[in-house]
Design a protein. Structure first.
Length: 97
């Protein structure tokens, strides 16, 4: 794996962030199944997070997730039916193969 990113540290970081996001999504799904309420934080001040948690500069802060038990049952969101948001015709309009 090291050879793949040898001259491309930007790709190494992108790969690490992508894998972190996949791991986070798995954690979110498991937490929800266990009755926890995870909350993804999309924007944050990285310097403040580094100070608060004493994170060294060599580490990247890729994401933040809050996790806890909800104080009450959250309402279900109103979602469109799947047929309104999924198109099975494919990119060329000829349907799925």
């Amino acid at each position: 794996m090291n050879e793949f990113f040898r001259d491309r540290p930007d790709r190494a970081r992108e790969f690490a962030v992508r894998n972190s996001m996949l791991a986070l999504m798995t954690l979110i799904l498991v937490a929800q199944a266990e009755g926890l309420a995870p909350g993804f934080v999309g924007t944050y001040e990285e310097a403040g997070i580094r100070r608060a948690f004493r994170i060294p500069d060599r580490w990247a802060v890729a994401m933040i997730l809050t996790l806890g038990y909800p104080a009450e049952e959250p309402p279900l969101s109103l979602r469109k039916p799947l047929a309104e948001v999924v198109d099975g015709d494919g990119f060329d309009g000829r349907g799925a193969a």
